[in-house]
Design a protein around this ligand. Structure first.
Ligand SMILES: Cc1cc2nc3c(=O)[nH]c(=O)nc-3n(C[C@H](O)[C@H](O)[C@H](O)COP(=O)(O)OP(=O)(O)OC[C@H]3O[C@@H](n4cnc5c(N)ncnc54)[C@H](O)[C@@H]3O)c2cc1C
Length: 394
C-alpha cells in the first residue's frame, strides 16, 4: 500500500512514520527547502503525551525539553504582577507537561523516521504540492514541484492551517478558516544579557490587546513571541508591508526587554493569523486531512503540537493495518469518528480562553490576574485547569 503525505510538520512526520512502521510505502512532500527553524516555546500536554509514549516518541521529546519553573506576567518596568507555578500547572494538566521549542519537536519527529526500515519513507524537501487528481483506478495522483507525478492509494494532507490539499480537494480556505481576531509572531534572537536575566521562566507582558513573551534558550538565544489584536484581519490573508515594521509599531512602549527584542527581530519572522479550522468533513474519497489542516485549535488552546501528534498516531493505528484499497475509505471514516470529538473540545476550550489570553480592557486584565492567583487555591485550581485545558484535567 502506498501513501502520499503532504507537509513535513509534526503531524505529517508522525503519520509518515507510523504508516512506514506498519509496512506502507510513503512519499512525504514538504514545500520548505529544509526543516523550518521558526520557533516558539510550546507546552506539550494532554493526548499527545500519551500518544508519544505509545509510539516511542516521548524519550526523544523529553531529551530536548526545557525546564520551565514559572510563567510570570510583568508590567512595563519589569515588575511581576502575577505568576503561574509550572509544577502546579503540570499537576492540573494531568501530570506530564513538557516545554518544547517547535522546531525541536519537528526535529525529534524527523529523527524518529530512522525507526522505519530504510527506503520505506522518502522525505522530499523543496517540493510544494500544487495539483491533485483522482486516478482512473480510484487512487490519487499528486504533482509536487520538481518531481514526476506520484500516484498513491491514499493522500494525507498534513500541510497546516493554510493547507493546499484542503483548498484543492475540499474548497477555498475562506470557507473553513475562523480567525480569532489576533495575529501571532515568533522569532529567535541571540541576546546573552536577556538570556541570563530570564532563565527558566516564561516572561509575559501584562498588557492590554497585545502581549509579548520571551524565554531563554540553551546557548545565548532568546525565543520571542508576540500576539496582538487585529480585528480587521477576518480573511487570514497576509497583510501587506513588512512584518518586522508592523511588530515594531504594535509593540512599542512595553519596556526595555521588548524594545531590545524588536531591535533584533529578523526581517521576516513567523507571523500569521491566529485561527481555527472548522470543517464538516475531513475525508473525501481517498484523501484525508490531519493536524492543523483540518482541526487547528489555535495557540489559544495551547495544544496544537500535542493534537498533531495524537491525531497522526491514531490515523496510523487505524490506516496502518489496511491491506487493500477497499479498506481505505472505511478506515478514514473511523479515524474522523474517533478523533473529531477531542479536536472540537479543544477548539471550544481555545475559544473560551480568548478573553483571558489577551485582555481587551483593564477589567479583563484584572480577571486574568485573579484567575492566575486562584490556581493557588485548592479546589479552584481544577476549575481553572478545566477552563485552560478542557477535558485534559478530568
Ligand atoms: C505563537 C504560537 C504558539 C503556539 N503554542 C503552542 C503550544 O503552546 N502548544 C502547542 O501544542 N501548540 C502550540 N501552537 C500550535 C502548533 O505550532 C501547531 O498547531 C502544530 O505545529 C501543528 O502541526 P501540523 O503538522 O499540523 O502543521 P504545520 O506545523 O503547520 O506543518 C505543515 C507543513 O506543511 C508544509 N506545507 C504547506 N503547504 C504545502 C504544500 N503545498 N506542499 C508541501 N508542503 C506544504 C509547511 O511548510 C509545513 O512544514 C502554537 C502556535 C503559535 C503560532
Amino acid at each position: 500500500m502506498k501513501a502520499v503525505v503532504v507537509g513535513a510538520g509534526i503531524a505529517g512526520l508522525v503519520a509518515a512514520r507510523q504508516l512506514g512502521l506498519a509496512g506502507w510505502d510513503v512519499e512525504l512532500f514538504e514545500k520548505s527547502a529544509a526543516p523550518r527553524p521558526d520557533g516558539y516555546m510550546m507546552d506539550f500536554f494532554g493526548p499527545g503525551v500519551e500518544a508519544a509514549e505509545r509510539i516511542g516518541l516521548y524519550p526523544r521529546l523529553a531529551a530536548v525539553a526545557y525546564h520551565v519553573e514559572a510563567a510570570e506576567y510583568v508590567d512595563a518596568a519589569g515588575r511581576p504582577t502575577s505568576s503561574l507555578d509550572y509544577d502546579r500547572f503540570a499537576r492540573l494538566a494531568g501530570g506530564k507537561v513538557l516545554s518544547l521549542l517547535r522546531p525541536d519537536m519537528e526535529q525529534a519527529a524527523l529523527a524518529a523516521l530512522e525507526d522505519v526500515p530504510p527506503g520505506r519513507v522518502r522525505v522530499r524537501y523543496g517540493a510544494a504540492v500544487s495539483r491533485i487528481r483522482n486516478d482512473d483506478d480510484g487512487g490519487v495522483r499528486v504533482t509536487a514541484g520538481g518531481h514526476q507525478d506520484v500516484t498513491a492509494d491514499v493522500l494525507i494532507g498534513a500541510d497546516g492551517v493554510h493547507s493546499t490539499v484542503r483548498s484543492r480537494v475540499f474548497g477555498p480556505e475562506d470557507g473553513f478558516l475562523r480567525p480569532m481576531g489576533m495575529r501571532a509572531a515568533a522569532f529567535i534572537v541571540t541576546e546573552p544579557v536577556l538570556n541570563a536575566r530570564f532563565r527558566n521562566r516564561f516572561v509575559l507582558t501584562d498588557s492590554i490587546n497585545r502581549m509579548a513573551g520571551l524565554y531563554s534558550l540553551r546557548s545565548d538565544e532568546v525565543a520571542a513571541f508576540m500576539v496582538y489584536r487585529d480585528a480587521t484581519d477576518t480573511s487570514g490573508h497576509q497583510p501587506s508591508g513588512s512584518p518586522r515594521d508592523r511588530l515594531r509599531r504594535e509593540f512599542a512602549g512595553l519596556g526595555q526587554a521588548v524594545d531590545r527584542l524588536l531591535e533584533l527581530c529578523p526581517e521576516h519572522p513567523y507571523d500569521d493569523v491566529v485561527a481555527q479550522i472548522v470543517m464538516p468533513h475531513w475525508q473525501r474519497g481517498r484523501t484525508v486531512l490531519v493536524g492543523d489542516a483540518c482541526g487547528a485549535v489555535s495557540l489559544l488552546a495551547g495544544q496544537g503540537g500535542s493534537l498533531a501528534i495524537a491525531g497522526a498516531a491514531l490515523l496510523g493505528d487505524i490506516l496502518g493495518p489496511v491491506t487493500s484499497p477497499g479498506g481505505i475509505s472505511p478506515a478514514l471514516t473511523e479515524f474522523e469518528r474517533r478523533w473529531r470529538p477531542l479536536v472540537e473540545e479543544a477548539q471550544a476550550a481555545g475559544r473560551r480562553t480568548a478573553a483571558s489570553f489577551l485582555p481587551a480592557n483593564r477589567t479583563q486584565r484584572l480577571l486574568r490576574r485573579w484567575i492566575i492567583r486562584a490556581t493557588h487555591l485548592p479546589g479552584i485550581d481544577r476549575l481553572v485547569a478545566r477552563q485552560i485545558v478542557g477535558r485534559i484535567a478530568k
